[in-house]
Write a protein of this length. Structure first.
Length: 146
């Protein structure tokens, strides 16, 4: 099995997705701390010294295994002269996908409707707003007229 196939399989695994969702904030913090530290060309020991902590704490955070307190994150932000940004964001609702080659057809009552294979209801649905549908850039790159 190739790595790409393995990753694709993970994206279908509800257990993996739940763990990924839970760890994502810590992994984002790890990426941010590592990036800021490397931009300044500091070692983990140097960052720890400046932040008043131990190198092992920096290592745990950068590996995504740490579970730092907010106070510790503030201390790191101050050390980097950085701003902490926290957002609670509801994921965008997945919109149905329609191929660029499919065209709406008129139903018996004259309303526009189209069968969208990936639509959860698996039925014909009225399209009231084309912004409710999405297309991928690859379809446009293949020379399919808009």
């Amino acid at each position: 099995m190739k790595l790409e196939e393995y990753r694709k399989g993970l994206q279908q695994d509800p257990e993996y997705l739940a763990v990924e969702k839970e760890l994502k904030p810590l992994l984002n913090l790890a990426d941010d701390v590592l990036e800021l530290r490397l931009e300044r060309e500091w070692s983990q020991s140097e960052l720890a010294r400046r932040a008043g902590t131990q190198q092992s704490n920096i290592s745990r955070i950068e590996s995504g295994l740490g579970n730092p307190t907010f106070k510790f994150i503030q201390k790191l932000a101050n050390t980097f002269d950085a701003e902490i940004v926290i957002r609670l964001q509801v994921p965008e609702i997945a919109r149905p996908f329609i191929s660029a080659t499919e065209q709406p057809c008129n139903s018996h009552d004259g309303e526009n409707s189209i069968y969208v294979p990936n639509w959860p209801q698996r039925s014909r649905n009225q399209i009231t707003n084309w912004n409710d549908l999405t297309a991928t850039p690859t379809e446009l790159e293949e020379g399919i007229p808009l």
